[in-house]
Each structure stands twice: as structure tokens, then as C-alpha cells.
Design a protein around this ligand. Structure first.
Ligand SMILES: Cc1ncc(COP(=O)(O)O)c(C=O)c1O
Length: 404
């Protein structure tokens, strides 16, 4: 029996894991070109990136914005969603999935997630639909695509759009088509931790030209293409990206496919090694998902069987040199913001009628206490290093008795 490093045994992994972001001469040149050109503002490089990223995701149109949060707001506003409406979202996600719904004045309604992939459960969506439901917004969690066939069927049945929160799924493909335009539209984030980044940034993708035009207008002060500069046609905002950000994103995009495939290959190594480990549940990749981006790799522990909780387990992994984290540790609806909605002007239309204290999504609640995340940069390590990390995780499971 190996002694655990947390108890003074040998550390299993001495690797220096890759750090993020990764950049090189492509970013340097792109930034310098923009600087020297004097054209710093929303121009040719922004347009070039919109085209390139939309192509990469197999979407017809792309409208860049300054982050993923406002990308959701722009998508919902463009679809005409606002006060008095409801949008169905999962509770195992970043706050923006629900807060952006509230920012446009609509109420987020939480549908539980599936235990096998942590994406929204279509059956629970059906159970939560009311006459106020105006959109379904799945999150492709960690790059795993929600069941878009089922979601599009439900949406068609009720005559409502699916808006993909694709903020973790650059490069993910469903039956060979990229995320983002699998439903009515989809949104991506290019924030600093994301697999393609310009520190901040986002994009709305769609196959619907009219939706793209209205979205562009909204993000550019309500302007209309080909109309005078100081003529404003709709209530818009300023959500524009700069040429500097577009230059970085164009450079980052040149590496995205290779990095995606590498993360995917390393995730397969983890799946294979961890599926036999005592006390660990490996998640399942839907076979219809033909490529997966992996914003993080997630597995679940069975604390009852291991006899220790997640905190101690992660501490033991850290001591072995494995960079794990607990990820989202409370369901979104348990965040304090949902308990004093009377103080939020944007929530006026539903603050009196929705009581988030009564919401319960049992699968999400369990996952919030037993999921373990490994970050996307770790998945860019050499295969042998990932094999060593997988062996270290198994070592912790097999010697967990030392921690009880
Ligand atoms: C699932 C999800 N949706 C939306 C966002 C919001 O993106 P941004 O941080 O670019 O506003 C994030 C960011 O982490 C996210 O993880």
C-alpha cells in the first residue's frame, strides 16, 4: 500500500502543469498590427473574427460582444424576451446563465440536470414549462452538449426558441455540427479562463440572418446597417469588441482545433483509468456529440463509499500534485441574490410570484457536493503526465482509509 502524500508519503506527480493563457508570435503580431494601424475600434479584424468563429462553429452569422453575460442579454432581448416571461435554465452553471435572464426582466425557472452528463434534463424541462415560458437555455457544461435533439423537439412543440449557453463549448459538435446554431442562437464567452480568450469577450451565433441583424443593431447602439451614423432604430446598448481583442482571438483561433483534440484525447485517458477506480463515477459522453471542447474534466466521487467528503479528497489530490477543484458548490438558486429579489429593479415582474427558496433540483444538489473538476489547461499536458495524474487519483481512492 502506498502512503498518501497528504500523510507524508511520496508525491505521485511532480509535473509543472500547463498554464493559461497560451500565446505566441501570432498574438504579438496581431496586436502590433492593430496598434500601428491606428484602427483600434470595431472594424475589419472584428468582422474577420466573427466570420472565422462562425465558420469554425458551422454557424451562418456571428455578432461579437464584450462578454458572455451580455451575449445572453443580447440574444434574449433580440428574441423579444423580457418582463413577464420565463426562461428555463439549469442550476448547475455560472451565475450569468440566470442573472442575464433576470437582467432582461424575465424569471429564470430551474430544471434539474442529468446525472450522467450534468446537462439540463429534458424531462424536467417539460415539467417546468408554463404559458409564460419564452425560451429554453441549456448550458453545454464543460463542453458536453445538452441533448439538443430532445430540446429542439420540446421547443418546437411549444413554439419557443432554444438559446444555447455555449460559453464552455468552443469546438464541441453535435452530430458533426458545431454548437451555437443548433437551436435559434447560441452564446460564447472569451473570458480569461476560457479555451479561447481575449481576457473578456463574447459572441452570439445564429443561422437566422434577421436575428443576427437585430442583434448587431442592439449591440451597436441601435444603429442600422447602411443608415446614417447618428440614426438609432432600436433601444440598443454598446457591447462592442475592440480590434485588439479581435486580433488576439484570431490568433487564439489558429490553435483551438489542435488544443481541443488534445484535451479530448487526454480526457479519454482519464475516462479509461478512472472508470475502474473505487468510489469514483465517470460521466458519460453522449455518442451524438462528435467532438467535445472540455472546458474542464469532471468526475463524481461517492463519499459514502470512500468514507470521506470531497474537501479531504481534493486536499489529498493536491498533495499528490493533481490540480483539482470542487467547481460549482451550490445550486445557482441557493445564491443569496435569489432571496432578496424585491431589492432588484430588474426582477420586479416576478419578485412577488416566484419563491426560489422552494426550488429543489436533487441531482444538482448532489453534484454540487460530489463533483471534482480538472481544469482545461491541465488537459493540455503530455499524455504521460495525464496518465500519472490519473494514477494519482486512483492511488488516493485505493488508500482513502488513511484519511478516515
Ligand atoms: C456557463 C457560462 N455562461 C455564461 C458565462 C458568462 O461569460 P462572461 O464571463 O464572459 O460574461 C460564463 C462565464 O464563466 C459561463 O461559464
Amino acid at each position: 500500500m502506498a502512503q498518501l502524500a497528504v500523510n507524508g508519503g511520496n508525491k505521485a506527480c511532480e509535473h509543472a502543469w500547463p498554464t493559461w493563457p497560451i500565446w505566441g508570435d501570432e498574438e504579438r503580431k496581431g496586436l502590433n498590427d492593430v496598434l500601428e494601424s491606428g484602427q483600434w475600434w470595431y472594424g475589419e479584424k472584428v468582422r474577420k473574427f466573427e466570420r472565422a468563429f462562425a465558420d469554425f462553429q458551422d454557424a451562418k452569422f456571428g455578432v461579437t460582444v464584450c462578454n458572455g453575460t451580455v451575449a445572453i442579454e443580447a440574444a434574449l432581448t433580440t428574441l423579444g424576451i423580457g418582463a413577464g416571461d420565463e426562461v428555463i435554465v439549469p442550476p448547475y452553471t455560472f451565475v450569468a446563465t440566470a442573472s442575464a435572464v433576470m437582467r432582461v426582466g424575465a424569471a429564470p425557472v430551474f430544471a434539474d440536470i442529468l446525472p450522467e452528463n450534468l446537462c439540463i434534463d429534458p424531462a424536467d424541462i417539460e415539467a417546468k414549462i408554463t404559458e409564460k415560458t419564452k425560451a429554453i437555455m441549456p448550458v453545454h457544461l464543460g463542453g458536453h452538449i445538452a441533448d439538443m435533439d430532445a430540446l429542439n423537439d420540446i421547443a418546437a412543440k411549444h413554439g419557443i426558441p432554444v438559446v444555447e449557453d455555449a460559453c464552455h463549448s468552443w469546438g464541441s459538435q453535435w452530430k458533426g455540427k458545431g454548437t451555437g446554431a443548433l437551436g435559434a442562437c447560441g452564446v460564447f464567452s472569451f473570458q480569461a479562463s476560457k479555451n479561447i480568450t481575449s481576457a473578456e469577450g463574447g459572441i452570439v451565433l445564429t443561422d437566422d440572418e434577421d436575428l443576427a441583424d437585430r442583434c448587431r443593431s442592439y449591440t451597436n447602439c441601435g444603429r442600422a446597417e447602411g443608415r446614417p451614423w447618428y440614426e438609432h432604430h432600436r433601444l440598443g446598448s454598446n457591447l462592442r469588441l475592440t480590434e485588439f481583442q479581435a486580433a488576439i482571438l484570431l490568433a487564439q483561433l489558429t490553435r483551438l482545433e489542435t488544443q481541443t483534440l488534445k484535451r479530448q484525447a487526454n480526457a479519454a485517458v482519464l475516462d479509461e483509468t478512472l472508470s475502474g477506480a473505487p468510489g469514483i463515477t465517470v460521466l458519460t459522453n453522449d455518442v451524438r456529440m462528435t467532438r467535445r471542447s472540455y472546458h474542464f474534466y469532471t468526475f463524481r466521487i461517492r463519499p459514502g463509499e470512500l468514507g470521506v467528503g470531497r474537501e479531504k479528497f481534493i486536499e489529498a489530490l493536491a498533495a499528490e500534485g493533481v490540480p483539482a477543484s470542487p467547481g460549482y458548490s451550490i445550486p445557482l438558486y441557493k445564491n443569496p441574490v435569489f432571496y432578496h429579489l424585491d431589492e432588484e429593479p430588474a426582477a420586479r415582474s416576478f419578485a412577488d410570484s416566484v419563491d426560489y427558496a422552494k426550488v429543489c433540483c436533487p441531482v444538482c444538489e448532489a453534484v454540487c457536493s460530489d463533483a471534482v473538476w480538472l481544469p482545461q489547461a491541465f488537459l493540455l499536458a503530455d499524455e504521460q503526465a495525464v496518465r500519472d495524474a490519473a494514477a494519482a487519483i486512483v492511488k488516493v481512492c485505493e488508500n482513502i482509509g488513511e484519511l478516515r
